[in-house]
Design a protein around this ligand. Structure first.
Ligand code: ATP
Ligand code: MG
Length: 404
């Protein structure tokens, strides 16, 4: 069937009481934004429901792909619309729907051995409608059986394989399928965060997870040319673009970290390099966050994954950020769980491309795993008078790109 109308299901927004409208506004805006390039669409709200109507030809698969990635949507139902509310017209619509969408599943089925069980579910928003919901469901179910019982369909109101929904408003909508959406809350309803985005597996997943809670995302990537290549930078942009399909446009700050990194390499104990470097990255992220009104920092750290992610290292790195919270949504996840999530959201294949990261050059053979704050602060004293101008230059010369 060629669908022209979609009913949008949303889960958590429904619990928002008076604020619900604000959430719905964000959701509709985002849907319009994402569908615009695919054709002429109308996104409309009606009695606590959101509908999308296609007013032109469009690519169904791509529209579905885009809608199911928008945070706030728990599912998308393609619906068939019947413009007349005459019983006979609705019944004819239901039979057409069954013929086109369900009859194909009847091959090899029979009522005696393996029936395809269904239930009619009728809702009337139009209470003026003369037939009540129960009676309507019984009559429509009877019409379906008249035609399809012989072919293997059977009513089961308790555990049906298929529920055929008929919703009566000023027109009637028939549907039976829900394509699962990304869930979460519409981006823009929960402030803004800056994510430390590297080219690895973890940080794109972390960025996705925080965006899923309705948070608008910025990102910062530290690169170290010529030690890291243009391709490594492109990879980070590509990852940002994949996440942006869910999270909406992402402002990415690309910081040239080479001089800072070389200064640390020259002046500090090599086994502490990663820790000191990370502390500088976090400080810089905090500065950008404050300038751009971000309320929090996000990283892809997970306890014990590498030496700089032991609880000791995290404690010392965390101390570099003074005023805003650092969120680490992957902190208790196993690598395999993170990998599975990155496969699900579509970042994995890009993440595993083998380009170097600034954290993997200049790595010590035996990095510290139990640093103390006193020890690291002592080492950082060697950078006094050296690092500040490099730090400022790196911040001032950061390149900004918008990913969408
Ligand atoms: P990822 O898979 O996200 O690259 P990782 O397992 O390689 O993480 P680390 O290199 O220790 O772990 O980095 C921990 C976190 O620090 C990353 O998840 C990311 O948030 C941040 N980070 C690391 N390198 C960079 C970088 N070059 N630019 C921006 N953030 C970075
Ligand atoms: Mg990494």
């Amino acid at each position: 069937m060629e669908y022209k109308t979609f009913l949008i299901k949303y889960a958590e927004i429904g619990t928002k009481g008076k604020n619900r409208y604000k959430f719905e506004d964000h959701l509709c805006k985002r849907m319009r934004q994402r569908l615009k390039a695919l054709g002429d669409f109308e996104v409309r709200r009606e009695y606590g429901r959101i509908f999308v109507d296609a007013k032109s030809d469009f690519d169904y698969d791509e529209a579905m792909n885009r809608l199911t990635k928008i945070f706030g949507i728990s599912g998308v139902c393609p619906v068939m619309q019947v413009d007349s509310l005459e019983y006979d017209d609705i019944s004819a619509g239901v039979l057409k729907y069954v013929e086109e969408e369900i009859a194909g599943m009847l091959t090899g089925r029979s009522v005696a051995s393996s029936p395809l069980t269904f239930k009619m579910n009728v809702r009337r928003h139009n209470k003026e409608y003369p037939i009540n919901s129960m009676e309507m469901a019984a009559r429509l179910g009877g019409d379906v059986l008249d035609k399809y019982e012989e072919k293997g369909m059977k009513v089961d109101v308790h555990k049906p394989e298929i529920v055929i929904d008929v919703e009566i408003r000023n027109v009637a909508y028939i549907s039976s399928k829900v394509i699962p959406g990304a869930c979460g809350l519409p981006v823009g309803t929960n402030g803004k965060a800056i994510s430390l985005l590297s080219g690895g597996i973890d940080s794109p997943v972390a960025t996705y997870m925080i965006a899923k809670r309705g948070v608008e995302m910025e990102a910062v990537y530290f690169n170290a040319p010529p030690y890291t290549s243009e391709r490594a930078k492109d990879k980070v942009k590509d990852l940002g673009r994949i996440v942006a399909q869910y999270a909406g446009p992402i402002k990415l700050h690309i910081v040239n970290f080479t001089d800072c990194q070389l200064a640390i390499y020259k002046n500090c104990p090599h086994e502490e390099l990663t820790i000191i470097m990370k502390r500088l990255m976090f400080r810089m992220a905090e500065d950008i966050a404050k300038k751009d009104d971000c309320q929090c920092i996000v990283t892809g750290e997970s306890i014990g994954q590498v030496s700089s992610q032991t609880t000791f290292s995290l404690r010392v790195i965390n101390d570099a950020v003074t005023d805003i919270p650092v969120f680490r949504p992957l902190i208790g996840m196993d690598k395999q769980e993170i990998v599975e999530m990155s496969q699900k959201i579509g970042t994995y294949e890009t993440s595993i491309l083998p380009y170097e990261d600034c954290c993997t050059i200049f790595v010590a053979k035996h990095p510290v795993t139990k640093p103390t704050l006193e020890q690291i602060e002592e080492s950082e004293k060697k950078l006094e008078g050296i690092i500040e101008p490099l730090y400022q230059t790196a911040l001032e010369t950061a390149e900004v790109v918008y990913l969408k």
